[in-house]
Design a protein around this ligand. Structure first.
Ligand code: CP
Length: 312
């Protein structure tokens, strides 16, 4: 396996690389049960998070992951930085490079910004979400979570139904890509305005929740309705959305009866994508996804090889 500098999307990863990351994440997760959770691989390395969009899970779990690998971590507060004085992205990156940053973790509302930065710096760049394009570490942690319930090859042939705002979702793009790469069948359900036509032909599209449940999914993956990315509303209202595409109390009864697992990348809109009771449903994996985010991000940081030294 050739060393890689950056993680920008799922498309460019081959199966061997995905399997390596998932396998590497396991011993890191095992560490979490120990009183000392820190290991030394990134001692002396510096990690910088550069988030131009809000985040709770991704930013904080990268910070925890990097610290557990013994790296030094700086979170650049974009809202309080010289970005607000008009500093360009590449000038900001040059500044960070001058501080000899080894890893830059970036989130931006525009697709392609992490790729632009990666071409400009010897630091390893990790895409923490760019526009509608990609969120590769979310996909990796989702796959790791799925492998915990269906170990190894048992994921092959399983069915995952992705529900909601697929059009605006970088999570749907990256997670559906990793699922199909690893032999999982993917179905999609959402308002016509939020399900793009240009999806791969093997991805089944359903018109109603009943049709989708008749497909007998093993997992329902709910997406957040991204109000902030919708110019004009894509559906009549939240109640209407909940009725047609939400995991309602009524649907939860069916889901429980069938033993279907539930995932969501967070943050959740209660009463829209799901009813409150889903959060305490015994097969709800949302908190597992968060915990697994740390282990998989540790594996990604461990795997990537910055070329900062080579530039000097
Ligand atoms: N899943 C996810 O990307 O969550 P945050 O926006 O909180 O990072």
């Amino acid at each position: 396996m050739n060393p890689r500098k950056d993680l920008l999307d799922i498309e460019s990863l081959d199966r061997e690389e995905i399997e390596f990351i998932l396998k590497t994440a396991q011993p890191f997760k095992d560490l979490f049960k120990k009183s000392v959770k820190k290991v030394p691989p990134l001692t002396g390395r510096t990690v910088l998070t550069l988030f131009y969009e809000p985040s709770t899970r991704t930013r904080s779990s990268f910070e925890v992951a990097a610290k557990r690998l013994s790296a030094d971590v700086t979170n650049l507060e974009v809202a309080n930085s010289s970005v607000v004085k008009g500093e360009s992205i590449l000038d900001t990156v040059d500044t960070l490079q001058a501080m000899r940053t080894d890893y830059i973790i970036v989130r931006h509302k525009m697709s392609g910004v992490p790729n632009l930065i990666a071409r400009h710096t010897g630091a390893s760049v990790i895409n923490a979400g760019d526009g509608y394009h990609a969120h590769p570490t979310q996909a990796l942690l989702d796959m790791f979570t799925l492998r915990e319930i269906y170990p190894g090859d048992a994921t092959e042939g399983k069915r995952v139904l992705i529900v909601g705002d697929i059009l605006h979702s970088r999570v749907a793009r990256s997670t559906s890509r990793i699922l199909t790469k690893l032999g999982v069948h993917v179905g999609v359900l959402g308002p016509g305005t939020l399900v793009p036509e240009g999806r791969p032909p093997e991805m089944r599209k359903f018109r109603t929740f009943d049709d989708a449940l008749a497909w007998k999914p093993d997992v329902i993956y709910l997406l957040r309705v991204q109000h902030e990315r919708q110019g004009t509303p894509a559906f009549p209202g939240e109640q209407e959305y909940h009725k047609h595409y939400g995991l309602t109390t009524e649907r939860l009864k069916h889901v429980r009866g069938e033993g279907i697992w539930v995932m969501h990348p967070g943050p959740v809109n209660r009463g829209v994508e799901l009813t409150d009771a889903v959060m305490t449903y015994e097969r709800c994996l949302i908190n597992d996804q968060v915990e697994n985010g740390i282990a998989t991000r540790m594996a990604v940081l461990y795997w990537l090889k910055p070329t900062v030294e080579n530039l000097r």
